[in-house]
Ligand binder design. Structure first.
Ligand code: NDP
Length: 164
């Protein structure tokens, strides 16, 4: 059994829990990108291969781990892992951040102990969604609400801790 107590899932979703469209983000929200950078810098990040393709390069100042079933997959500056558990084994007891996408979020929900969610108060066209939160599984521990001057919509940075 993996040490499940040091894993944070970080996601931005819209009013319908949409997270992506055509392998990119549905919105342009620079405030969220800055928040993502602030929160994850210095920590290992774990992502699905499609999310890596969508970003296109390793993110600086973080260990980048990509999960793929393709044993031949490789990219400069990135560590490949054959499964989520292999990725967690690579980081040992350190806190790691699961940064997406939908497939990897769904697989890591049960073992993560924290979620940092940017809840966007607007509905976008999306083809990829975050799974509904299991009632009682998460407890909100912090909420910071903002209004984007650039885009005109409201968004909140919300921290959820695993309940019990
Ligand atoms: P993912 O990024 O979750 O990548 C899926 C791929 O990861 C699979 O095809 C496979 O790669 C690999 N993978 C997944 N599970 C495993 C496993 N157990 N073992 C080995 N490999 C595994 O893809 P999604 O399509 O679900 O999400 C991408 C979308 O999400 C994009 O639109 C992106 O922009 C969006 N996104 C949004 C975020 C947000 O916060 N709003 C954050 C991150 C992404 P392979 O096929 O190579 O075997």
């Amino acid at each position: 059994v993996v040490n499940a107590t040091h894993l944070t899932l970080i996601v931005a979703f819209d009013a319908q829990r949409g997270i992506g469209i055509r392998n990119t983000l549905p919105w342009h929200l620079p405030e969220d990108l800055a928040h993502f950078k602030r929160v994850t810098s210095g920590h290992p990040i774990i992502m699905g291969r499609k999310t890596f393709d969508s970003i296109g390069r390793p993110l600086p100042n973080r260990r980048n781990i990509v999960i793929t079933r393709n044993p031949a997959w490789r990219h400069d500056g990135v560590e490949a892992a054959a499964s989520l558990l292999d990725a967690l084994a690579l980081i040992g007891g350190q806190r790691g951040f699961i940064i997406g996408g939908a497939q990897v979020f769904a697989e890591s929900m049960d073992i993560a102990d924290q979620m940092i969610v940017t809840e966007i108060g607007h509905t976008f066209e999306c083809d990829t969604f975050f799974a509904p939160l299991v009632p009682g599984q998460w407890r909100e521990s912090a909420r910071e609400s903002h209004h984007s001057k650039a885009n005109g919509f409201d968004y909140s940075f919300v921290t959820y801790d695993k309940a019990n």
